[in-house]
Design a binder for this molecule. Structure first.
Ligand code: HPA
Length: 284
């Protein structure tokens, strides 16, 4: 069965069973970040295995459910957990959920992840707003069948992370009294963490943070014309000359500690977005 058919069947499932589900925005909660608390009013929740063709997360720290939420009048699809290329999933499978939610109406994608800091000035426990990325996964979700309805085969990537959304989230952080770092996210396939030599090389390439997700989703979301915001929760700091040992458990624990701050940030951000979409606010 073609990827186009799988995506179409998934979309059909939602239209038939949840006709009122018309999300305006999509939020993806990455590793260890699924326990978002705050003012999101959760509605119906479905496990990925209940949705046709949604791939299941196999990794600890990824709940694997889609939640229909509302915040300040804004309908949101929240994906708690994602799948990765390192689990053996194809790039098409990795981005399938994004495509389905886009076809259900979402125009904005907020993608969060856990990442290692490559910039010596970016502390563990802080949040980085992604300004750009370097895709080093060796994969691309646009390879293969060219589905015209999804977007152009050669999408422009000159300004992928929406300046307006970045500005909005920076203002939200200021209102909450903390600074957000801004920088370049390097996406690798994983699942092994980096050696000191790789860390030095990725930093020299221009990376400020590194992780094993997000870039393929961003390419697919951009291809379909979505406005994109990317937020990296820096769970560990990678300094090539004094590499500390890192484990998945530590990453999960650190992500859990950033949850509260991320939750407040997203709450404030979505309330600005909602006001902007309703035309209630010009100066966000
Ligand atoms: N490297 C790659 N992926 C990661 C890291 C890291 O240091 N931390 C969290 N995800």
């Amino acid at each position: 069965m073609s990827e186009k058919t799988k995506v179409a069947q998934s979309v059909k499932f939602f239209k038939k069973n949840f006709p009122g589900f018309r999300p305006k925005a999509l939020l993806v909660l990455g590793t260890g970040l699924g326990e978002l608390r705050g003012s999101l009013e959760p509605g119906e929740s479905l496990a990925y295995h209940e949705i046709p063709h949604f791939p299941r997360s196999t990794v600890k720290g990824h709940t694997g459910s889609l939640c229909f939420c509302r915040t300040n009048g804004l309908d949101l699809a929240v994906l708690r957990g994602r799948v990765h290329a390192y689990e053996g999933y194809s790039p098409q499978e990795v981005v399938r959920t994004i495509r389905v939610i886009r076809l259900l109406g979402a125009e904005t994608a907020v993608l969060t992840n856990a990442a290692g800091s490559l910039n010596p000035l970016f502390d563990q426990g802080s949040i980085m707003c992604i300004s750009d990325h370097i895709n080093l996964t060796g994969e691309n979700p646009l390879i293969g069948q060219d589905v015209q309805e999804w977007g152009p085969l050669f999408p422009d990537m000159s300004r992928v992370y929406c300046p307006n959304l970045r500005n909005m989230v920076q203002k939200a952080a200021l209102r909450l009294g903390f600074a957000l770092n801004t920088g370049v996210y390097v996406g690798i396939k994983g699942p092994s963490l980096e050696t000191p030599a790789e860390t030095r090389a990725f930093r020299n390439l221009g990376g400020d943070a590194i992780g094993m997700s997000t870039v393929l989703e961003v390419i697919a979301a951009r291809h379909m014309g979505m406005g994109i915001l990317g937020l990296s929760c820096l769970t560990n700091k990678n300094l090539p000359d004094c590499m500390a040992e890192t484990s998945h458990e530590e990453i999960l624990e650190a992500a859990g500690n950033i949850n509260k701050q991320l939750s407040r940030l997203l709450q404030d951000f979505f309330s600005s977005l909602s006001r902007q979409l309703q035309g209630l606010e010009n100066d966000i």
